[in-house]
Design a protein. Structure first.
Length: 78
């Protein structure tokens, strides 16, 4: 049993919310002024469309199975 009132115990607090806010601020600052999140998302959508375009019948069946299982998102079919 641990005696929480004992002199050998130290209470340590760390504010994770403050730390997370600082981390996010530093990440956005590191991305710079030219970072365009909308363009990044559009590029990722286009890459997804290209990746899953031109599938043969067997590949398409596998893709459909993975979408139905929730492994892959349904968008981006080409």
């Amino acid at each position: 049993m641990i005696d929480r009132n004992g002199s050998d115990q130290q209470i340590f607090e760390f504010d994770l919310a403050d730390h997370e806010a600082t981390r996010r601020t530093e990440v956005v600052a590191a991305l710079g002024d030219t970072w365009d999140p909308l363009a990044v998302m559009e590029s990722e959508d286009e890459a997804h469309r290209l990746l899953y375009s031109g599938l043969d019948a067997e590949q398409q069946a596998t893709y459909d199975m993975l979408v139905a299982a929730g492994v892959l998102p349904a968008s981006g079919r080409g």
